[in-house]
Design a protein around this ligand. Structure first.
Ligand code: NOJ
Length: 921
């Protein structure tokens, strides 16, 4: 790499030792581990328990034990707490704990933004009153297979599936709630010395660098340990540039010294292999072992840290237990437990609460060309012409901040972009779209209409003194829209109407950047925690969801700008649980290095596991100049990211796909064309993700949940259940080690060569391709004719690539709709299931409404043809193929290595919208 760029400025961001509540919660955990026979001081009053309509309530009391009292003397306490356990209709359980009579009300409004619908209590439960062991048990679920077993003293909740312990709350006794209180209370009742000690601990004021967080509400953090018994691998809690299976942060031999941090931050050229916070936060964790899987969602948007420790299992099993310790600075302790029983069930349960991914417009899963910046209309035309000349498909051209008039969003640079509508129409004539960047900081400018309106309507975030907050960002002095205010959300959305966003058309979409939010002059480069939002909500309580609220408001704007609703496309850098409802995210400012390239895989897999499948990393690396080999390898892997975009920093050299010459241009062209040929598969996977909450690219363990060798594997992945992809992340590689899971065959995506699992094999990875294999038992829909853009492929016929398993069976799906509107939600789509059984391939509809109505899409497209069908892995020769009742000669059939027969039917011409069968004789 030619350009050496500086590394992350660690000192810009807090370590745990610089965060008062992190230090205090960790110190509490230290005390617990150093104290023999440590007991949680929390007790549940048996007499207070009430179970009604699926909700159990009770009084929690804090009665310091000798072991806990010394650690708590410096923490504000409150004697009475309430416990609520809600049994929900989707088999999830919600657990809440808070002060019964708080001196200051905690922020408790997150559910309004995060949860998609009001929660419904389950009626499928029964309970056993206190038994001889002093335990109160609720059995729930349709077969009463799940249990929540509550211990009164010390207080603990254990979740079991079929009697097997799966998740335990407060087993380690680390529950700690700093009672929200007024400062005067303390001054009245405690000594001056004690107060000063508190100041030191950052309870009432905390300085970081030169900025003081005034903490007018005092300490209000809380923490709890969550134990995963006999589960060694836990996943999730993005975003970190780290491994898929989370590393230990406590205990002997801990892999990290700092806890994992969730606090949305603009981290310039981030560190690899680190638990440092990045741009997004999803407090969702999945624990998985051979025998059990469990999920937990910690619904809190304040700064949160999570420690992870592997401890001996109390059952005496060889398998370790993972103990996690979560602590948040503000808000309420509000968590959800999902018992599956499978990992797929867990994601379905979780996404039924926070929403599954929105189905994007079909162009959004094509290739996106971006850089900071395409500087003029002429530049745009030339780049577009470059794609034409080199016959490389792409769907979207992106404009970064320089396209605006002085970083005033919703405007165009008057000299460089004099006719933006013409520019968009030119791209649209080839089925292409454009994206412009719109950030949440608004230039302070008395002549800028967005600034004037937001000021007039009082829609900006306030500082701690309740006057409008101003800080520094790209435009210089700026203000931040307060998306906590519902009026601000609607007002923001209205800015996208064509008469307000002058120069926009219905082929213009949006990129939301800097929405952690990034404030160059703020503490840790973000908004101060004591900044104020609508209804006196402190920024501290909602920091991690600010970016998602902005993302949501933008998506609303793009949806409603048309009379006929059109699906939005918005890319965001910051994210939170539920962001999948608004669009895609990317992993921010990575670097043109092999290490940054490699870490993109576990990062994207983790984000997908946490319910946000539409994600990508800047192909080529944002900072620096990739050597051609790195760029090519990145394109080859990026073609298998759900969101596929190349992007580059302002100071980097131009690197459009043809600029390095041959052989690179051809290799990059091939990678992008591979993506386009697989768009039918990608779109089908997005549809599955949008209904089931499952990831689109999946860790190996997701598809092979009982294969323990896959649990920490994060350098290869599956696309859906069918394709195995191994990015080549080292320079000069000619071979790659690929793990072939299961006892089945794997077919080379390019030439059909067969590998058999299980085990690692070294396979060729020449410069022009990376290892991609199709799993036996699957059917992949493709479109093989190269075109300019996805739009230009919409009338093209399909190819089905079938890889039968050792029983001669395979299955797969194809989902199709108009790719733009919301008509699919009413039933206007085609969803086919293909199956091979006993040498017969059948196609049947999975859309129950299909035949009943006259849908315009179905009418228009159901006569599209499946043109080619490739059968691989057949155990014997084929002499004839019968399509329906029409016998057809076999066009080709040959024996590949290992006695596998291949048959290609090149003119099947079967209508996609009808049931049919193909028989091999
Ligand atoms: C930071 C973003 O991460 C990057 O992608 C973008 O190019 C710059 N901001 C400029 O807008």
């Amino acid at each position: 790499m030619a350009l050496v760029v500086s590394a992350v400025k660690r000192e810009d961001f807090k370590s745990c030792a610089q965060s008062g509540f992190c230090t205090r919660n960790r110190a509490y955990a230290d005390l617990a581990s150093e104290t023999p026979d440590w007991e949680s001081p929390f007790r549940l009053d048996p007499a207070s328990l009430q179970l009604e309509d699926g909700i159990l309530t009770g009084d929690l009391m804090h009665t310091p034990t000798t072991s806990s009292s010394s650690a708590e003397s410096s923490g504000a306490l409150n004697d009475g707490y309430t416990l609520e356990i809600h049994l929900l209709d989707n088999d999830a359980v919600r657990v809440r704990m808070s002060e019964r009579d708080p001196k200051r009300r905690r922020y408790d409004g997150l559910h309004k933004t995060v949860l998609v619908k009001p929660l419904i209590s389950s009626s499928q439960y029964d309970h056993l009153a206190r038994d001889e062991n002093g335990l109160f048990t609720i059995n729930y679920g349709s077969q009463r297979q799940n249990s929540a077993r509550i211990r009164f003293a010390p207080f603990q909740i254990e979740f079991l599936v079929d009697g097997v312990s799966t998740l335990v709350l407060n087993e380690g006794g680390l529950l700690k709630i700093e009672a929200a209180q007024a400062r005067n209370d303390v001054a009245d009742t405690r000594t001056r010395a004690l107060l000063e000690r508190r100041l030191e601990q950052g309870m009432w004021s905390e300085r970081f660098k030169d900025i003081v967080d005034t903490k007018p509400r005092g300490p209000e953090s809380f923490g709890l340990d969550i134990t995963f018994p006999e589960i060694e691998d836990v996943y999730g809690i993005p975003e970190h540039a780290s491994s898929l299976s989370l590393k230990t942060t406590r205990g002997p031999g801990a892999q990290y010294t700092e806890p994992y941090r969730l606090y949305n931050l603009d981290v310039f050229e981030y560190e690899i292999d680190s638990p440092m916070a990045l741009y997004g936060s999803i407090p969702f964790m999945l624990g998985h072992s051979k025998d059990k899987t469990v999920g937990v969602f910690w619904m809190n948007a304040a700064e949160t840290w999570i420690d992870i420790e592997k401890i001996k299992s109390t059952s005496g099993s060889n398998r370790k237990t993972t103990r996690t310790h979560w602590y948040s600075e503000a808000g309420v302790l509000d968590l959800f437990v999902f018992l599956g029983p499978t990992h797929r069930d867990i994601l379905k349960q979780y996404s039924s609460l926070v929403g599954a991914t929105a189905l994007p417009q079909s162009f959004a899963i094509g290739y996106h060309q971006c850089r900071w910046n395409y500087i003029s209309q002429k530049d745009v035309t030339e780049v577009d012409a470059g794609f034409e000349k080199h016959e490389i498909p792409y769907d979207v051209l992106w404009l970064d901040i320089e396209h605006t008039d002085g970083k005033r969003y919703f405007t165009w640079h008057p000299e460089q972009f004099p006719d933006p509508i013409d520019m968009q129409l030119h791209l649209a004539s080839k089925g292409r779209k454009m994206v412009t960047i719109i950030d949440p900081h608004i230039k302070m400018d008395k002549e800028y209409h967005v600034s004037i309106e937001a000021t007039d309507k009082s829609l900006f975030v306030m500082n701690s003194l309740l006057s409008p907050f101003d800080g520094w960002c790209w435009p210089g002095s700026s203000q931040w829209v307060d998306f906590e205010n519902p009026r601000a959300k609607d007002w923001w959305a209205s800015q996208f109407s064509y008469d307000r966003y002058i120069g926009s058309t219905n082929t213009l979409f949006t990129w939301n950047d800097m929405n952690e939010p990034s404030v160059f002059t703020g503490p840790e480069i973000t908004l101060p925690k004591d900044a104020m939002h609508h209804n006196r909500v402190e920024h501290r309580s909602i920091h991690n969801i600010y970016g998602a609220m902005f993302h949501a408001a933008t998506a609303q704007g793009l949806t409603t700008r048309n009379e006929t609703l059109q699906r939005p496309f918005v890319l965001s850098r910051a994210f939170f649980a539920g962001s999948q409802r608004y669009g895609a995210i990317w992993t921010g400012d990575n670097k043109a290095s092999w290490e940054h390239f490699a870490v993109a895989t576990p990062m994207l897999l983790t984000i997908g596991l946490a319910g946000l499948p539409f994600s990508g990393a800047d192909v080529g690396g944002f900072f620096g100049d990739p050597e051609p080999e790195l760029l090519t390898r990145w394109y080859q892997a990026g073609a298998f990211y759900p969101f596929f975009r190349a992007h580059a920093h302002l100071d980097s050299k131009r690197r459009e796909p043809w600029l390095f010459g041959e052989p690179y241009t051809s290799q990059i062209r091939a990678a992008i064309r591979t993506r386009y040929s697989l768009l039918p598969l990608w779109y089908t996977l997005f549809q599955e993700a949008s209904t089931e909450g499952v990831p689109i690219i999946r860790p190996m363990f997701f598809e092979f949940p009982s294969d323990e060798l896959t649990y920490r594997m994060d350098d290869q992945f599956m696309v859906g259940d069918a394709l195995l992809v191994k990015p080549v992340t080292t320079a000069g590689a000619t071979h790659s080690e690929v793990y072939f899971a299961g006892n089945e065959k794997w077919f080379d995506f390019y030439d059909g060569q067969v590998k058999r699992g299980p085990g690692v094999q070294s396979v060729p990875s020449p410069a022009y391709k990376i290892p991609v294999y199709q799993r036996a038992g699957t059917i992949i829909p493709k479109r093989e004719k190269p075109r300019r853009s996805s739009k230009e492929m919409e009338n093209d016929p399909f190819t089905l690539v079938i890889a039968v398993d050792s029983n001669g069976e395979a299955s797969g799906r194809l989902y199709l709709d108009d790719g733009e509107s919301f008509e699919y939600t009413r039933g206007d789509y085609i969803l086919r299931e293909f199956k091979v059984q006993g040498r017969v391939l059948t196609s049947r509809s999975l859309n129950r409404q299909e035949s009943e109505t006259e849908w315009s899409f179905i009418r228009r497209f159901s006569s599209l043809k499946v043109e080619r069908i490739v059968f691989q892995g057949l155990s014997g020769p084929v002499s004839r193929v019968v399509i329906g009742d029409r016998p057809t000669a076999v066009e080709s059939g040959h024996d590949v290595a290992g006695g596998q027969y291949v048959v290609v039917v090149s003119k099947a011409n079967l209508p996609i919208g009808q049931d049919w069968s193909v028989t091999l004789l």
